[in-house]
Design a protein around this ligand. Sequence first.
Ligand code: SF4
Ligand code: SF4
Length: 326
Amino acid sequence: MVYAISFENYNKFLDSLIQKTDVFAPVKGKVSSFEKLKSAEEFNADVLTEYTAKNNFLKQGELILTHKEGEVVEPDLSKIKEKILLGLRMCDLASIKKHDIAMNNKYADPYYNERRKKVTLFGYHQKQCGDEYCFCQSVDLEVEYDLFFYKRADHYLVEVGSDKGKTIIKDNQDLFEESDYKMTKEDKEIDNQLKLDSHDIDDIYTNNRGWSALVKDCLACGQCNALCPTCFCFEFRDVPKQDGSVEKKRFLSECQLECFSRVAGDHIFRKAQIDRFKHRIYHQLQYFKDKFGKTLCTGCGRCIRHCPTKIDFVTKINEMKKEAKK
Ligand code: SF4
Ligand code: SF4
């Protein structure tokens, strides 16, 4: 079922949600990110945020447990608050789906799952998405959402994706109207300038000349990991407190940093940056796909757009693939 909501009612709808629950959405700033909205006016649908929404599920510094003199106390996850994420683009939604897979692989992650369960997802369609760095149409975009909004001249069309979404519409039925519009493939299209030739990159692993050319400008700064919506690797740190207790906390970590693969005895398994760079690209485009049938990468382009030296791995991979075919 498709619904329609006028712009005026949409603002009323958002303002009423903000009164009842925490709503996070893209807000323009020096560094754009998903911020807690104080009013509908603050929502900026036109920005593909630099920081992604992943911190709402994989919280930096998440408290895992506290231990003191042999006693272990786990945090009360039921205290995690419900929230709405608004303005999620297809690539943002797809990245959440990838985390759902990764965080429920061999063992279900209760911290992630509790946060995920309490988040309502509102998608937002942008046909002219982002800029010359987006390539989402070349990778696997599987999404789940509660409501999905499509902007029209004077209203939004709204698709319902879950029972939760249905209930939200029902609770606000004075603002939404039923529509007999049938969404088409064209309605869902996204224009990308950049295209990844193929995401099966097994055949170019040993192209040392190609990879060296790509990595020569890499500063090993880890910005690509930090801004990537799907990078989920993490580490635990024990934080001693003044009362003698120790808090075990989880932090996202970055495979582009040398310390990422350091183990006891100070062995570092990916000492050369080329190995770390290849690892990131192969995890995003190949290893996750080999394991779960879909790329980890959602083609959002953040790791190129915000790389200080603008390393465009997509174009280079296309070239290497072309070379391999000859
Ligand atoms: S952001 Fe760019 S320079 Fe920094 S580690 Fe990633 S690829 Fe290298
Ligand atoms: S690897 Fe780059 S393009 Fe792919 S999801 Fe991460 S930031 Fe986006």
